[in-house]
Design a protein around this ligand. Structure first.
Ligand SMILES: Nc1ncnc2c1ncn2[C@@H]1O[C@H](COP(=O)(O)OP(=O)(O)OP(=O)(O)O)[C@@H](O)[C@H]1O
Length: 249
């Protein structure tokens, strides 16, 4: 199987806090991989390492053999941020957010061409937001906001998609739509890495799962990842609590 992201023995520290400690993960193309871990387990830091936004103190990250910054500037990496990391008051329309996915392709004039506009309209249609394209991004529901960012990824047409907690504050219909789109993108050969607390969504969403607690404790089938003993270890619970966590999350 083709490996798309290779995280090798990565350690990231913020001052005294060790966010990742010798984390290693191989993420395959053509599959959806779920990244599971409790608050503060290092999921966002792992994404930032893959995007080249934080530099590991030790270890390395390669994307199709390229350094993260180079992969990102070549447009290979699309990212759906956590909602907290977005300035929803920014005066930008939904359509223009999706057009941002095309920026890497626009020439020096930065002027969208017909093909860029068509890609944006197609992406909006795929997430069923065609009618809301003119709306300010902050004037959407939680689920619609996420769908707008997924549309930005679709418009970007990148090999690699990273989604940080795409289901937080999202209605069921939007969640089901995002799951379906991610599976379609993986089936078309894209690499999809999704962090989520939503263990219930995992069997439908992901082909495989990795459990993170500063390092990758387990990476394999979703079924095995959801075994109570494994969840207990990752979430710092005893196995019975972990079973309940799996049932209630
Ligand atoms: N900029 C920062 N400065 C200092 N510490 C940080 C910084 N960013 C993250 N941390 C710390 O690093 C650890 C890992 O954080 P990270 O955001 O990667 O976890 P996470 O798994 O994404 O958490 P959550 O599920 O709550 O989003 C946490 O202890 C966090 O407090």
């Amino acid at each position: 199987m083709k490996t798309s992201i290779s995280v090798e023995h990565v350690t990231v520290r913020y001052g005294d806090v060790v966010a990742l400690d010798d984390a290693s993960l191989e993420v395959a193309a053509g599959r959806v991989t779920g990244l599971i871990g409790m608050n503060g387990s290092g999921k966002s830091t792992l994404f930032k390492s893959i995007m080249g936004a934080v530099r590991p103190e030790l270890g390395s990250v390669l994307i199709d053999g390229m350094a993260p910054a180079a992969a990102r500037s070549s447009g290979r990496v699309a990212y759906v941020p956590q909602s907290e990391d977005v300035d929803w008051a920014f005066p930008i329309s939904v359509r223009d957010v999706v057009m941002m996915g095309r920026y890497g392709r626009l020439g020096v004039t930065r002027r969208p061409r017909a093909a860029d506009r068509a890609a944006v309209e197609q992406a909006l249609a795929r997430v069923e937001l065609a009618e809301l394209g003119d709306r300010q991004i902050g004037a959407l529901s939680g689920g619609q906001k996420k769908r707008a960012f997924v549309a930005r990824c679709i418009a970007q047409d990148s090999e690699l998609l990273l989604l940080d907690e795409p289901f937080a504050g999202v209605d069921q219909r939007s969640e089901a739509m995002i799951v379906r789109l991610l599976r379609e993108l993986a089936a078309a050969g894209r690499t999809v890495l999704v962090s989520t607390h939503d263990l219930h969504a995992l069997p439908d969403l992901a082909d495989e799962a990795a459990l993170l607690l500063r390092r990758v404790l387990f990476h394999g089938s979703v079924e095995e990842a959801l075994m109570p003993e494994r969840l207990a270890h990752a979430f710092g619970l005893d196995a019975r609590d972990a079973r309940e966590t799996g049932e209630t999350l």
